[in-house]
Ligand binder design. Structure first.
Ligand code: BEZ
Ligand code: FE
Length: 295
């Protein structure tokens, strides 16, 4: 392998990865080399541009800590996160679709009883949620674990609310025998993705909006069913069509119904106008039905 030229270098590099013991690793590395070389050829990338790219990736890595993952954010805004999800989690039309997990999930969330107020007294429009989890035939899925988490009325998650040390606006709930679960909180608001790092630079350089539409995150796990990581957006949000992380699906755009002050749902009461969101989540079995035995 000497005197390689721009015509021969790609094949020379490919020949070094083909021998990897792990065949899948050989396939992925091979594709990476081919696409990277094609990218350089197609753009006629200059030395200065490559140095800028390396500097961008270096700074992206330097921003990553135990609580901040700029590379995942980069994957999100380049649509890679949603593409990987789409390929790995093809769901039937009537089933609940996935969306991005995002950086604000915490596994130290409290397990709370059905109907709990998860707002920890934070200010905002009272928000009531009534969910139901079923299988594809509409039968209730009892005992499902449901994680919920969301931002406050200013678009902040608990980790970014000054003076708040305990988890708030997040909980681990469990469906009852009827597949139902409920909670009360404050209505979430739209907010910008973290834009003080390299991803923010990219967004500004390309003139893109950093605003995510308001949403409620949910993650549902139940024995025998595929895990669903999703979010529900209000249909009247101004940012639905410019989501910087490409997470909006029409089936996840929902009616955040506004109600006048007075008696709330499921025996609650509120003296202020409130929002009520009801949604049914349809889970798919772990084994696709098409895999059923042929008799
Ligand atoms: C979120 O919804 O929490 C989120 C998702 C992706 C990037 C940033 C935030
Ligand atoms: Fe979020």
């Amino acid at each position: 392998m000497r005197d390689l030229t721009d015509d021969t270098i790609t094949e020379a590099v490919l020949s070094t990865v083909r021998g990897a013991k792990d065949a899948r690793l050989a396939e992925i590395l091979g594709a990476l080399v081919r696409h990277a070389h094609d990218f350089v050829r197609e753009t006629g990338l200059t030395e200065e541009e490559w140095a800028r790219g390396v500097d961008f990736l270096t700074r992206t890595g330097q921003l990553c800590t135990a609580t901040r993952q700029e590379f995942i954010l980069l994957s999100d805004v380049l649509g890679v996160t949603m593409l990987v999800d789409a390929l790995g989690n093809r769901r039937a039309a009537g089933s609940t679709q996935n969306s991005v997990l995002g950086p604000f999930f915490r596994d130290d969330r409290p397990a709370l009883p059905d109907g709990a107020d998860i707002s920890e007294g934070l200010p905002g429009t009272p928000f009531f949620f009534e969910g139901s989890v079923t299988d594809a035939q509409g039968a209730p899925v009892g005992g499902a674990q449901v994680d919920v988490w969301h931002s406050d009325a200013d678009g902040h998650y608990d980790v970014d609310v000054p003076g708040l040390s305990d988890p708030a606006m997040r909980a681990l709930l469990r469906t009852g025998g009827d597949g139902g679960f409920r909670f009360r909180s404050v209505r979430p608001s739209s907010y910008p993705i973290p834009d003080d790092g390299t991803v923010g630079e990219l967004m500004r350089a390309t003139g893109r909006s950093v605003m995510r539409p308001a949403h409620l995150h949910l993650r549902i796990t139940a024995a025998g069913f595929q895990k669903v990581t999703t979010m529900l957006f209000p249909s009247d949000d101004a940012h639905l069509d410019q989501d910087p992380v490409f997470g909006v699906k029409q089936s996840l755009v929902t009616e955040y119904a506004r109600h006048r002050a007075g008696t709330g749902p499921y025996g609650t009461s509120t003296q202020e106008p409130y929002t009520l969101l009801r949604h049914t989540f349809v889970l798919e079995p772990v084994e696709p039905a098409s895999g059923a035995r042929h008799l």
